[in-house]
Ligand binder design. Structure first.
Ligand SMILES: Nc1ncnc2c1ncn2[C@@H]1O[C@H](COP(=O)(O)OP(=O)(O)OP(=O)(O)O)[C@@H](O)[C@H]1O
Ligand SMILES: [Mg+2]
Length: 260
């Protein structure tokens, strides 16, 4: 398997031989990958293969058993707690279930990271919230409550909240799971547009949806049994004969990936 073409010295995130087990269950088994700045990286793989665990390592929420995770040039295992907390502020995270605060309006949900981390006047906060809501096409919903919104709208609010503090790294954990095909296409378009609007930012999208991966990715890593088994630009995944990739991309039951 080839290594990624990105320079680890100037990467957003580098995983270097990361292993992680929960009890006897080995999840990551020597994970090597480089997430470059300024691009959208998609991590694909079957359910349970360690994609969410990988994102949690990137944010320092889980520590590896062995190997190193380096974020924006800093090796996480060497950071003091306050340094790690400061580094975490440079991430934005879009959760699978949107994870909005149901008792807060859209405005208060989106303003939340600003209130936590920046001292702004109410007028400044309002103009920042209006700006990100416009980016996700939800200006009209600023005074609504989350319960009044559809699933797709809630995801867009979650995205607005994740980008309001202009993160250096934006992580998405299965942003389209559970949405209908049209909403899925809308969110995928928004992911691509968000990357274009923030050219210095690194996006990382964890997904098992190949159509979306092909739409948003500059570069794709495929995980299997806790390792990267294939990587390359979308074109590589469309054309390679690698039976692991073909089985996953085409969603076939027969092939080298065992189906329990
Ligand atoms: N904190 C934890 N304690 C014990 N086991 C865990 C923990 N977190 C994850 N696991 C296990 O690690 C494996 C990988 O989990 P992970 O959530 O990363 O999968 P995934 O690739 O994100 O799957 P999906 O596509 O279904 O979200 C699973 O078997 C899960 O049960
Ligand atoms: Mg997951």
């Amino acid at each position: 398997m080839s290594t990624s073409p990105f320079d680890p010295q100037d990467a957003a995130i580098v995983f270097d031989g990361v292993t992680k087990a929960f009890g006897a269950h080995k999840v990551l088994q020597g994970l090597d990958l480089v997430v470059p700045k300024g691009k959208c990286t998609v991590i694909i793989g079957r359910s349970g293969t360690g994609k969410s665990v990988t994102l949690k390592h990137a944010m320092g929420l889980i520590q590896p058993d062995a190997g190193r995770v380096t974020v924006l040039g800093k090796e996480l295992g060497r950071l003091k707690r306050e340094e790690l907390q400061r580094l975490r502020l440079r991430f934005g995270m879009v959760f699978q279930n949107a994870a909005l605060f149901d008792s807060l309006s859209v405005y208060e949900n989106v303003a939340f990271p600003l209130r936590e981390h920046e001292k702004l006047t109410e007028a400044e906060t309002l103009s920042r919230v209006e700006a990100v809501l416009a980016q996700v096409g939800l200006s009209f919903a600023i005074q609504k409550m989350p319960s009044e919104l559809s699933g797709g709208m809630r995801k867009r609010v979650g995205l607005a909240r994740a980008i309001i503090h202009t993160p250096d790294i934006l992580l998405y954990d299965e942003p389209t799971t559970g949405l209908d095909p049209i909403l899925t296409a809308q969110i995928d378009e928004l992911i691509a547009a968000t990357q274009q609007n923030h050219p210095a930012m690194a996006s990382v999208v964890v997904s098992h949806d190949m159509k979306g991966a092909f739409m948003v990715a500059d570069y794709i890593y495929m995980l299997h049994q806790g390792k990267v088994v294939a990587q390359g630009p979308p074109e590589h995944f469309k054309t390679t004969d690698d039976p692991l990739v073909r089985q996953f991309v085409e969603g076939r039951l027969d092939g080298p990936i065992g189906v329990e």
